[in-house]
Design a protein around this ligand. Sequence first.
Ligand code: SF4
Length: 325
Amino acid sequence: MKEKIIEEIFRLKEQRRAIIISHNYQREEVQDIADFVGDSLELSRQAASVDCDVIVFCGVNFMAESASILSPEKTVLLPSLDANCPMADMVRVSGTRKVWKTFPGYEVQPTFVFPHDFTLIDMKRQYPGVPVVAYVNTTADVKAESDICCTSANVVKVVESLPEDRVICIPDRNLSAWAQRNTGKEIITWDGFCHVHDRVRAEDVERARKGHPEALVMAHPECRLEVLERADHVTSTSGMLRFARQSDAREFIVGTEVGLLHRLRKENPDKVFYPLRKDMICPNMKKTTLEKVLWALKEMKNEIKVPEDIRVRAVTALDRMLKIK
Ligand code: SF4
């Protein structure tokens, strides 16, 4: 059955001149059929450089939007239309922000309180002249309203590149704390977070180290500062892949969404990887299945298209970031 679905996906992929790209946090079977696996921006840039008509983006909605921003002439499909990023959804440019709900099934529930009607426009009014740095994990309209984008890998460089001493960073308070710690700037942060990374605590690092005393701890900057301070290496998912490949160590504790372990193990069969917490699972990232990929390709449904006026402003914020060496 699974083989038949994969066969049909490959047949349609050729017929539609499509490529399949998968985020590092996707299900293993989805990663395995993808032409490229990586982090969101890396994938969107790759997709823009490939000669194809259709991009099937196995990830969450802001990622498909980024692909559409960088490849406006291509058809971008998101196999699971309800795959959203709760952190990206914590910021609204204007209007009423979606009410934040908890995630059933997890022992650590995020508590998140700020006025539901507070918007990015309100924040800009409150701090006139202060530049806005938007993490790539934001929706297209938020990027369009920002001065420059950043990734988890380059946030320090981006913040340092700005002439102002005060900078607004959205939406992740943990990434903001990391930027503040590593730059001389005052960071004004949005109070957002990724529930997958934010649930990790200092005790989790200590427990993992006790269990695997030889292992090096890698942590994603979306984790809390108390976790980052205890890690051996703080880096993005691409940085973790690089670090694991180049390091002489044989064992690693991985402080990010568990989907990355599949690629780490595949690329480093002689090394051992442990999740920092087994419940670092993003339910939205797991919504994409092989069946949904097949359906999207067959029906050419779930197209993500960013309106041109927003796209042009969002691409400016992305381009500013890409110019920073
Ligand atoms: S892992 Fe976190 S940042 Fe990534 S899509 Fe899930 S909720 Fe959003």
